[in-house]
Design a protein around this ligand. Structure first.
Ligand code: TPP
Length: 368
């Protein structure tokens, strides 16, 4: 027979449990302990307030440019909350909520954006990687780590985050292929926030979903409402289980929205409509989760307000500490910019460092 269907196309599942009005699908609602629900909420709110404060600091010129996460808190926190500390967490540059949940402090993040490498130094006992700016390159790191975990026979799972734009990069496809061929315990979490700087989702790919790209590589993909912490939690739970017990990868597409700027160097008014943003503001994961927690009797309005105050105070203290650290670093020698580049400094860099120090001696510090 010259023509036939080789295989029936695999359908892609879409999962949503808590809609934006606060209505829950009782049949799908996961049984999450109250303490975990509160932990997820606190982490989401913490990062929303952290994000607002970081934007102010950047606008005041106290730190450099950064990528805000406003709107993507549920997709990040509810995905990582079930990882063990020994599992591997690999972020891109927009996973501050997940990074902070995994143990990075606001002081670390601010120090990094103020220009100090000390802020991205991950303690040796942690199974986390520093943020990755080259789009999709972290997918390669993730499959390498997952391959090592499988080779060593550990039960570690690797979770890597990337954007919708990253799915157009060769690195993403190579990583997906490698994960499928070697059946690696890795979970790709795509934060489909609808925009890759000024490129909208519909110009990124002709595929109907991003999740379906997993089919081509021989494993499962699922699309979830990324602003619904319950749906993200369930999809992550299933993917972690599949990775841990069957050593099989999964691609989770979290349909979410970047409510703010791409980075603080960007002006989205030049390419996207305000009405679009307003529509997505209605689907904001934080008020949605508050409605759920209130209806369930887990938290009250007073609890929400109290928590906001507590977090604001914590952030105030954290910035004071960060400023003190910055002053301490500033008092040091500016040739610190040559540190942490190579484990062993190559001769040309040593020459540049010596020239720089000599010039400072002659002409004074450039920042004085
Ligand atoms: C390899 C590479 N190419 C281009 C860039 C410039 N760049 C930075 S972010 C970005 C868009 C990324 O979009 P997406 O993957 O959807 O993630 P988002 O920023 O929306 O979270 C681009 C093109 C880069 N950092 N790395």
């Amino acid at each position: 027979m010259p023509r036939k269907i080789v295989e029936r196309p695999q359908p892609i599942e879409y999962l949503s449990i808590l809609d934006w009005t606060g209505k829950v699908d009782r049949k799908l609602e996961p049984d999450i302990p109250e303490e975990t629900l509160k932990t997820i909420y606190r982490a989401m709110l913490f990062c929303r307030l952290f994000d607002e404060r970081t934007l102010q600091l950047q606008r005041q010129g106290r730190i450099g440019t950064f990528a805000p996460i406003k709107g993507q808190e549920a997709a990040q926190v509810a995905a990582v909350v079930q990882l063990k500390p020994t599992d591997w967490f690999i972020p891109s540059f927009r996973e501050t909520a997940a990074q902070i949940y995994r143990g990075l402090t606001p002081q670390d993040v601010w120090l990094f954006y103020a220009g100090y490498n000390e802020g991205v130094r991950v303690p040796d006992d942690k199974h986390d990687l520093p943020l990755c700016v080259p789009v999709a390159s972290q997918c390669q790191h993730a499959v390498g780590i997952a391959y090592a975990s499988k080779y060593k026979g550990t039960d570690e799972v690797t979770m890597v985050f990337h954007g919708d734009g990253a799915t157009s990069e060769g690195d993403f496809h190579e990583a997906m292929n490698f994960a499928g061929v070697y059946q690696l315990p890795v979970i790709f979490v795509c934060q489909n926030n609808q925009w890759a700087i000024s490129i909208p989702r519909e110009r990124q790919t002709r595929s109907k979903t991003i999740a379906q790209k997993a089919i081509a590589y021989g494993f499962g993909g699922i699309q979830v409402d990324g602003n619904d912490p319950l749906a993200v939690y369930v999809a992550a739970r299933e993917a972690i289980e599949r990775a841990r017990s069957e050593s099989m990868p999964t691609l989770i597409e979290c349909v979410t929205y970047r409510l703010g700027v791409h980075t603080t160097a960007d002006d989205p008014k030049r390419y996207r409509r305000d009405e679009e943003v307003k529509e997505w503001e209605k689907k904001d994961p934080i008020p949605r989760f508050e409605k759920y927690l209130k209806a369930k009797g887990v938290m009250t309005d007073e609890d929400f307000a109290g928590l906001r105050e507590e977090i604001r105070d914590e952030l105030k203290r954290a910035w004071k500490e960060t400023e003190a650290k910055i002053r301490e670093f500033e008092a040091g020698s500016p040739d610190v910019i040559f540190d942490h580049i190579y484990a062993v400094e190559p001769p040309e860099l040593a020459e540049q460092r010596a020239y720089f120090l000599e010039r400072i001696k002659r002409e004074g510090r450039p920042d004085a």
